[in-house]
Design a protein around this ligand. Structure first.
Ligand code: G3P
Length: 215
């Protein structure tokens, strides 16, 4: 499973990228708004740091503005992938952008049917928001499993990005199911690295080493 970071914060992205496992980045309007910076500038800087798909979302909700914005965002860098919300206009935009060879990531996907339609319309990626499904008392991982089985059954090459990840076990379960990608917030990536037994082990090794070197 490939690992993306779900962030628009340059320091976070730089730090995680330096560990050598980062395959891409997803942003959304809320994450970019938190940074209080110029949108294009942020995407440009991310593209200079990470060599992989970088998702940038359109703000417009009608077909024409989605396509117009997508064309502008796609000019920033060849790695930019256009995030399009899963609506009727969104599906139309995905299919137009596919014909223009512009990669898309269907976002705000909450059902297997939405994922299937996005894939058939030509989305390069679909992003089920598993944490938000859990938030309303349903099972986000069950939704992810459904999508993966359908895509597998028909050999659909759209890649599934497990998104809205809320804790490290979401990542483990997504990987066990064969999700192609998980996009993970900074704090959860940090939790994935940490293990109390690793820290305790280092402490013990160093203490033993010091004792020995004093002899
Ligand atoms: O990539 C989608 C993600 O940004 C949504 O996460 O935590 O706002 O549900 P969250």
């Amino acid at each position: 499973m490939r690992i993306f970071i779900d962030s628009a914060n340059i320091e976070e992205i730089r730090e995680i990228n330096s560990m050598g496992f980062l395959d891409g980045v997803t942003t959304n309007p809320s994450l970019v708004a938190k940074e209080k910076r110029n949108y294009r500038q942020v995407i440009q800087e991310i593209c200079a740091i990470v060599n992989g798909p970088i998702s940038a979302e359109v703000i417009g909700t009608d077909y024409e503005s989605m396509v117009r914005e997508a064309e502008e965002l796609a000019k920033i860098h060849p790695n930019v992938v256009i995030k399009i919300p899963l609506t009727e206009d969104g599906l139309k935009a995905i299919s137009t952008l596919r014909d223009m060879d512009i990669s898309t990531n269907a976002t705000l996907v909450f059902s297997a049917n939405q994922a299937l339609l996005a894939a058939r319309a030509g989305a390069s990626f679909v992003s089920p928001f598993i944490g938000r499904v859990d938030d309303i008392g349903n099972d986000g991982l069950f939704l992810l499993q459904d999508m993966l089985s359908i895509f597998d059954q028909y050999m659909i090459d759209t890649e599934v990005i497990a998104a809205s990840i809320r804790h490290p076990m979401h990542v483990v379960e997504a990987a066990k199911m064969g999700s192609h990608i998980a996009t993970i917030p900074y704090n959860i990536i940090k939790q994935m690295v940490k293990h109390p037994l690793t820290d305790a082990g280092i402490e013990k090794f160093l203490a033993d080493w010091k004792q020995n070197s004093q002899k």
